[in-house]
Design a protein. Structure first.
Length: 82
């Protein structure tokens, strides 16, 4: 499961590693603990990252650009962030 989380965060952050706070935010946002973020879980993750100071996440929250942000990380269009 940790590998899946790191892959998701790698795509989201466009880097090859995830910081501990990013992993913690992902896990805290995955309400049903299934290793993927959907709907409210994804919004919670973005809100947590914005609160932590991530500029991209702040932009998404400020402009309510949830759909645009999801399209960026949801490469197959199924509405699930893995």
């Amino acid at each position: 499961m940790r590998k899946l989380i790191l892959i998701c965060l790698t795509v989201y952050m466009s880097v090859s590693y995830a910081r501990a706070d990013e992993v913690s935010d992902f896990i805290a946002s995955d309400f049903d603990s299934n290793g993927v973020l959907v709907g409210d879980e994804y919004r919670e993750f973005i809100k947590r990252r914005a609160k932590a100071g991530n500029a991209s996440a702040k932009w998404v929250v400020t402009f309510s650009a949830w759909g645009r942000a999801l399209k960026t990380v949801d490469t197959n269009g199924d509405g699930i962030v893995t």
